[in-house]
Design a protein around this ligand. Structure first.
Ligand SMILES: Nc1nc2c(ncn2[C@@H]2O[C@H](COP(=O)(O)OP(=O)(O)O)[C@@H](O)[C@H]2O)c(=O)[nH]1
Ligand SMILES: [Mg+2]
Length: 227
C-alpha cells in the first residue's frame, strides 16, 4: 500500500492561490483571463465589489524542488479601480500573486504600474509577493496607428529593477512578458511563470522558517550543554 508520502509524490503538492489582475482600465485584463480560461469557464458576479471571479487548475513539474504541483488559481479580476479602502482590502488581502498589466500602446498605463504594484505589496498582508509584468496587446507592436509605444527593453529593465528588491530576501524573480489575448500569444506562459515564482517564494519562506527553527534548537542545546 502506498503511504502518504508516496502518494503525495505521485499526485504532487496541491495548492490554492488567490491571484489578482491589476492595471488601468482597458489594458486587457479581462480579455487575457478569458483567453486563458477558454470555453466553458465559470464566472460569478460578485455584486458587493463588482469583480469577476474565476478559477482554473494547472499542473506542472518544478525542477528546483523536484516536485509536481497542482495549483488551483482563484483569479480576481476587478471591474473598477480598487481605490476605496474596503474594496482594496478585500481585493488584495490574501493574494499570493499578481498579473500587473499595461497596454504597450499606452505609456500612461505603463507609468501607473508603479502605483498598482505598490498597492498590491502594501495591502496583500504579506509584503513583497510574486508578480508578473504583462505588456498586453503585443499584436499591436510596430503598428503605425499606435505611435508612442512602450519599448520591450523598458519593460525588461523595470522587471530587472524590481527583481533586485526581491531575489535575495524573498526568493523569487520578476519577469516581463508580452502578451496578446487577441492572437493567443504567451497566454499560458503568464500563469505558468507566475505559478513557478509563487512556488519559489513559498519554498523560500519554508526554508527560512526551518533555518530559524534549527538555529533556535542549536542555541538551546548549547545553553544546556554549557550549564
Ligand atoms: N489588439 C488587442 N486588443 C485587445 C487585446 N486585449 C484586449 N484588447 C481590447 O482592449 C479593450 C479592453 O480590454 P479589457 O480586457 O476589457 O480590459 P480591462 O479593462 O483591463 O479588463 C477591449 O476593447 C479589447 O478588445 C489584445 O491582446 N490585442
Ligand atoms: Mg476588465
Amino acid at each position: 500500500m502506498a503511504d502518504r508520502s508516496t502518494s503525495r509524490k505521485i499526485l504532487g503538492e496541491k495548492l490554492r492561490a488567490k491571484i489578482v489582475l491589476i492595471g488601468d482600465g482597458g489594458v486587457g485584463k479581462t480579455a487575457l483571463r478569458r483567453a486563458w480560461l477558454g470555453e466553458g469557464f465559470k464566472t460569478e458576479y460578485l455584486m458587493t465589489i463588482g469583480a469577476d471571479f474565476a478559477s482554473k487548475e494547472i499542473n506542472f513539474y518544478f525542477s528546483p524542488t523536484k516536485k509536481n504541483y497542482i495549483i488551483k488559481f482563484q483569479i480576481w479580476d476587478l471591474a473598477g479601480q480598487p481605490r476605496f479602502k474596503a474594496v482594496r482590502d478585500l481585493y488584495y488581502r490574501g493574494a499570493v500573486g499578481a498579473l500587473c498589466f499595461f497596454d504597450i500602446t499606452n505609456q500612461e498605463s505603463y507609468m501607473n504600474l508603479v502605483e498598482w504594484i505598490k498597492n498590491y505589496w502594501d495591502f496583500n498582508g504579506r509584503g513583497k509577493l510574486p508578480l508578473i509584468i504583462v505588456g498586453a496587446k503585443c499584436d499591436l507592436r510596430g503598428n503605425p496607428a499606435f505611435p508612442n509605444q512602450v519599448a520591450s527593453k523598458h519593460g525588461q529593465q523595470y522587471a530587472a529593477e524590481l527583481t533586485k528588491l526581491v531575489r535575495e530576501k524573498n526568493g523569487f524573480e520578476i519577469h516581463y512578458i508580452e502578451t496578446s489575448a487577441k492572437d493567443q500569444i504567451n497566454v499560458d506562459e503568464d500563469f505558468l511563470i507566475l505559478a513557478k515564482e509563487i512556488i519559489s517564494s513559498v519554498d523560500h519562506q519554508e526554508k527560512e522558517r526551518n533555518d530559524r527553527k534549527t538555529s533556535q534548537k542549536k542555541m538551546i542545546s548549547e545553553q544546556i550543554k554549557s550549564q
